[in-house]
Design a protein around this ligand. Structure first.
Ligand code: AMP
Length: 307
């Protein structure tokens, strides 16, 4: 059940209708690894940071049995920086700043101890780098899941399509699915995207849940209706971490098990948005996770008698 996670480790500056943060720790690999750590250990991270990165955060990762052996530290350079502002609906946001810094020329190194992993989660990162990681693994993992974003569709579409062709599951949001496929209908978009290579496609719809597609099957998972959404940053990555973590812990890559994994991913994401940054993901308990998953079950369970 060994898991390797690749993605950005970052400083984020966020603005939501509830407030503003200075630079706080974020990044795709940060959220994914924290989330997955509730299901599997160790979680093996491949990333790069500058000498300015927060050491306390690295310590926290170690406490949660997340290995940073594959995280390169470029002492004299700056960590990746991203800044975003959320609109009042908290479902849409605009990117204010993307400073690639150390990510600009990132050459991923896979430690020997990570080789032979069964599960690979390619978090948001330059598609060429995601592809390099697949190529540098000696053995193809049992399941490769990939996340990406519109940023890479805008500046590296060809490379993105080449990487997408190599993965089993692609996870993107609704706007990105429309941009990538050129189709407005998400059902049509799913067909176009699955024809690019991935057998499974997850389309995230923020507070409106997520869809899982495979061949002509589709499954819908709601998002938990929450009284307060504080900060949606990292919700997609946290979802991905819960999804791959649950699959890795069960060892089952069937469509039926992926349905459960989508619910676990959604449950972890519902915690993430309750506080700024990674705050809420630092010390969840198994009881809290179980209770949250039960809320999802209750949300969609109903009896009926067909006439
Ligand atoms: P999410 O809200 O799940 O889409 O993820 C937000 C996280 O993605 C933030 O913590 C950012 O640091 C990170 N991020 C934003 N843009 C990029 C990018 N172009 N490449 C890698 N990571 C990014």
């Amino acid at each position: 059940m060994s898991l390797v996670v690749v993605g950005s480790m970052a400083f984020d500056a966020l603005e939501t209708p509830f407030g503003k943060t200075d630079k706080i720790v974020g990044g795709a690999a940060t959220y994914i690894s924290l989330s997955a750590s509730y299901f599997v250990e160790p979680v093996n991270v491949v990333s790069v940071v500058g000498g300015d990165f927060d050491q306390d955060h690295i310590q926290l990762m170690h406490q949660r049995n997340i290995s940073t052996e594959g995280v390169q530290v470029k002492e004299n350079e700056k960590s990746f920086f991203w800044s975003g502002r959320y609109f009042n609906d908290m479902n849409s946001r605009e990117t204010l700043v993307t400073e690639l810094n150390v990510l600009g020329d990132f050459d991923p190194i896979i430690p020997e101890s990570y080789q032979g992993c069964e599960y690979l989660m390619l978090g948001n990162l330059a598609p060429q780098v995601q592809r390099t990681v697949i190529e540098r693994l000696n053995k193809r993992p049992k399941l490769v899941v990939m996340d990406t974003m519109n940023f890479w569709m805008d500046i590296a579409l060809d490379a993105l399509k080449e990487t997408i062709a190599l993965v089993d599951v692609l996870s993107i949001n609704d706007e990105e699915a429309r941009q990538l496929s050129g189709e407005y209908s998400l059902v049509k978009a799913a067909k176009v995207i699955m024809a690019m290579g991935p057998k499974f496609l997850i389309i995230k719809k923020g507070e409106h849940g997520a869809l899982l597609f495979n061949e002509d099957k589709v499954f819908f998972a709601p998002a938990l209706p929450l009284e307060e959404v504080f900060d949606p940053t990292g919700a997609g990555d946290t979802f991905a971490g819960g999804f791959i973590g649950y699959i890795a812990s069960t060892g089952d890559i069937s469509f039926n098990n992926m349905k459960r994994a989508v619910i676990y991913g959604s449950a972890l994401a519902s915690f993430c948005v309750e506080k700024f940054g990674t705050e809420r993901l630092k010390n969840l308990t198994q009881e809290e996770i179980d209770a949250r998953v039960q809320q999802f079950v209750n949300l969609v369970q109903f009896d009926t008698v067909l006439q």
